[in-house]
Design a protein. Sequence first.
Length: 369
Amino acid sequence: MTHFHILDLDTMGQGVAKADGHITFIAKTLPNEVVEADIYRNKKNIHFAHVTEVITAAPERQEAPCPHYAQCGGCDYQHVDYPTELAYKQKALRRHLRHFPDIDITVHAAPQRWHYRNRIQLHYHADKKVLGLMDVNYEPLPVQNCLLIQEQVRDKMLALYQDDAWLELLQDEPKRGHLELYCRDEEVQVSVNEPYANGGFTQVFPHMNHYLTTWLSHQVNQYMDDDAVIYDLFGGNGNLSLPLGRPTVVVDQYGEHQPQDNDTQTFVSQNLYAKDALQRLQAAIPDDMQQPTCLIIDPPRSGLKNLKDFVSTFKPKAVIFIACEPTSFVRDIATCLEHYTLMKVDLFDLFPATQHYETVGVLVRNELV
């Protein structure tokens, strides 16, 4: 066991300690704390450790309400209250945006911190008869008392735990894998070893998702004329653009579950990461659809490295870029700043108690600012 003095938190919410030329990252610690921790992974002069005891606690530390918190890797901030969590998230995003010192960050808090998730992915080890979230050693940890999931999802999870009923789902399945519990239309579905959100991706926090789409409508109304045409890239089922009520081309890589066109939305199946994605997309757009005046872009965590190509081709008046990974957000928008101004950045806490959040930036063509 080794004692560590926590100097600061990194952008992932981990405590940072420095000693003897080594940097050690220790999750679930706070600045100015002294903790005892076990190192479980080394990478050159960087260590990762798991806290075993808090010797000197920070004033803002509180007892985590979840009994699984110390071992579980699902949450990061239960050892502080919610306003403190939001302050740390805002500070983390500010560090990512250090090259934009004049940009204010507006934080949108969640209305509840617990029981919000409509989906959970549980990992299993069949031989050990263990099902749960991953712990710090990347092994499944049973989480019957998880505080993040909605009541219906929790009830289904508890039913699977009862007498190890989940094992009955594993016929012809590998010894290690995952189950996904997902609430759709008031019914909880269970899939086994399927891709994440295989039943159709939606945000895990329905209330905050509605809040985000309402905010998005206000932004489009503020920056766009009534005849605006929207391209909703990585748009999934059109969740973000449907409330806008404007002509919209929704683009994503669909399979057999491609949504049906409606009064305002036209769905186009296209791999936006393909080398010729732009050319193929332009060829696939219906002839009666105009060039977009606004791009809404909500890519996966890897972002959209060639964002500049899309912006240069379509020349929209505004771009609303939504990112679940702030590093790729900063990297991508930086490529567009020759002709666009970053007007605002908003942080939406769609994942309370964890290190994650959504970052949304609004870019407007320079001549319109």
